[in-house]
Design a binder for this molecule. Structure first.
Ligand SMILES: [Fe+2]
Ligand SMILES: [Fe+2]
Length: 269
């Protein structure tokens, strides 16, 4: 497990808000916009699922990592809430009706252990997206400040990728819960992201175009399509004896941290 280091953004945070986030690609632009609208609510769920276990974590290193995981997710949520303000100005539906209520209901509906399994699965998903974003060139033509924020978020997702997985192993460890959590979590994330992306494209009057349809397809099936790149890495989760740390991301993180120097301060331990 890597050391989890909360990094607080010090630069002014811009606002998202158009289909030209990625030059000449409204589909990819709204894919990132959709992800951004999903983060604050998702991260609130992740934090709430970890909190009930914090005080009883026996392993001191894991306990400290879980506390720092919460700190990182709080920072992500804050930054994306500001980024998302631009989307609201464009009359995009950012706060979906009853969203908070539904999250609270989900937390009560499942057991605390299963909520943790759901978070472990979704953390694998966010780490996978982060890994693909950092290694790809999807943000090459994006406004540098926005790109840096997505890179900062991605690097921290990689850094804390095994925290909730390890925590789940300590408190429960049941494989079927982990697998089911992953299936439900991935399905929900995929459907929500896609439906928001479609909503944004519709608002822009770009949905019913051949070029849009082609780009949505590209996202899924082309060699460089972000979703195609994520799929095999996501499925790794179901391999026997899988552990997120089986892929060493230390150098990738160090490299990105170096590139981003100056946009954040590190909170002293
Ligand atoms: Fe996050
Ligand atoms: Fe995360």
């Amino acid at each position: 497990m890597l050391k989890v280091i909360p990094r607080k953004i010090t630069m002014p945070i811009p606002e998202l808000g158009s289909n030209s986030l990625v030059k000449n690609n409204p589909v990819l632009s709204h894919f990132f916009n959709a992800l951004s609208t999903l983060f604050p609510i998702g991260e609130a769920f992740f934090i709430a699922s970890v909190k009930p276990f914090i005080n009883n974590i026996k392993d001191e290193v894991l306990r400290k990592s879980a506390i720092d995981f919460i700190e990182q997710e709080k920072n992500h949520s804050y930054v994306h809430t500001i980024l998302n303000r631009g989307l609201e100005k464009y009359n995009m539906k950012v706060r979906y009706k009853n969203q908070e209520f539904r999250t609270k209901k989900a937390l009560r509906f499942y057991s605390s252990e299963f909520n943790l399994a759901l978070t472990a699965g979704m953390e694998h998903l966010t780490a996978t997206i982060g890994y693909v974003i950092i290694r790809g060139n999807y943000l090459n033509n994006v406004h540098v400040q926005v790109a840096d924020l997505f890179y900062w978020h991605s690097l921290e997702e990689l850094e804390h990728k095994s925290v909730v997985f390890n925590l789940f192993q300590e408190v429960d460890g049941t494989q079927w819960k982990l697998n089911l959590g992953m299936i439900i979590g991935s399905f929900m994330t995929y459907i929500t992201t896609l439906s928001r992306m479609v909503h944004f494209l519709h608002k822009d009057g770009l949905l019913f175009r051949f070029a849009t349809f082609k780009e949505i397809l590209n996202l899924h099936i082309s060699q460089e399509g972000i979703l195609r790149k994520c799929l095999p890495l996501t499925i790794d989760f179901f391999k026997p004896n899988f552990h997120p740390d089986q892929r060493d991301d230390f150098e990738l993180i160090a490299d990105m941290e170096n590139k981003l120097k100056g946009i954040f301060i590190v909170k002293e331990a």
